[in-house]
Ligand binder design. Structure first.
Ligand code: AP5
Length: 226
């Protein structure tokens, strides 16, 4: 692992609609910079699978493509970000998604003396999202993400852990994707202006190929950490 050196814990936010590539890029940045990817989608799916009270409440909302309540998501995120492995810095993938969540994050970081290094907006066309999401699969062994066309597994197996068990998400149906995009434009897209006003907004063209986007993301990260 080639980990770039940081002098203080970084806080990076990845903004973008469903299928923009937040998870794909967060996992690559995690390896390159030694940061921890915190995906509220993954944390919620784990809560659903574990059948926790929060997971039971979240399930119906996620299946319908809506946003889970701020209260549940903020509580889950606050618990996870306090863990020991997050002390070198985090990549927030899918959080915040509302202004209430953004304000809760500001409060949390000011209480710990941390700052947001960058909120990176992955710029994509809505028209590409259904194709990206409908071709997506995830390795059941290690969570690595794949795409039937753009990033296929090697001979049906995960290149990271060798597992041949690839799963598809319940909310990746075309009709749910439309609701998720709607929720993004109504409730999350306003955060682009929020972080622009805060002076931390960066943008990356996420319509390019995965490795090109990764190079652009790494350049942005290098320019804001240290
Ligand atoms: P979440 O899991 O966060 O899903 P999402 O935001 O809809 O994003 P996705 O995971 O679908 O896409 P992505 O941007 O990570 O793209 P990926 O890298 O996989 O949230 C799920 C649900 O949980 C929400 O709907 C909501 O209900 C709830 N939730 C989560 N957080 C919440 C919060 N904070 N508040 C309230 N509710 C919350 O890429 C997609 C595919 O495209 C992959 O197959 C990939 O291989 C491929 N791909 C990636 N980049 C490229 C590229 N450059 N070119 C071609 N293909 C590419």
């Amino acid at each position: 692992m080639n980990v770039d050196v940081m002098t203080r814990p970084a806080v990076l936010i990845l903004l973008g609609p469903p299928g923009a590539g937040k998870g794909t890029q967060a996992r690559m940045l995690q390896e390159k910079f030694g940061l921890v990817q915190l995906s509220t989608g993954d944390l919620l799916r784990a809560a659903v699978a574990a059948g926790t009270p929060a997971g039971k409440q979240a399930k119906a909302v996620m299946d319908a493509g809506g946003l889970v309540s701020d209260e549940i998501v903020i509580a889950i995120l606050n618990d996870r970000i306090a863990a020991e492995d997050c002390r070198n810095g985090v990549i927030l993938d899918g959080f915040p998604r509302t202004t209430v969540q953004a304000q809760a994050l500001d409060d949390l970081l000011s209480s710990t003396g941390q700052k947001i290094n960058a909120a990176i907006s992955l710029e994509v066309d809505d028209s590409a999202m259904v194709e990206r999401i409908s071709g997506r699969s995830t390795c059941a062994g290690c969570g690595e993400g794949y795409h039937d066309t753009f990033k296929p597994p090697h001979n049906g197996a995960c290149v990271k852990c060798g597992s041949t068990e690839l799963t598809r998400r319940a909310d990746d149906r075309a009709e749910t994707v439309a609701s998720r995009l709607e929720a993004y434009h109504a409730q999350t897209a306003p955060l682009i202006a929020y972080y622009k006003a805060a002076g931390v907004l960066k943008s990356v063209d996420a319509m390019a190929e995965i490795d090109k986007v990764a190079g652009d993301m790494a350049s942005v990260v290098r320019s804001v950490i240290g």
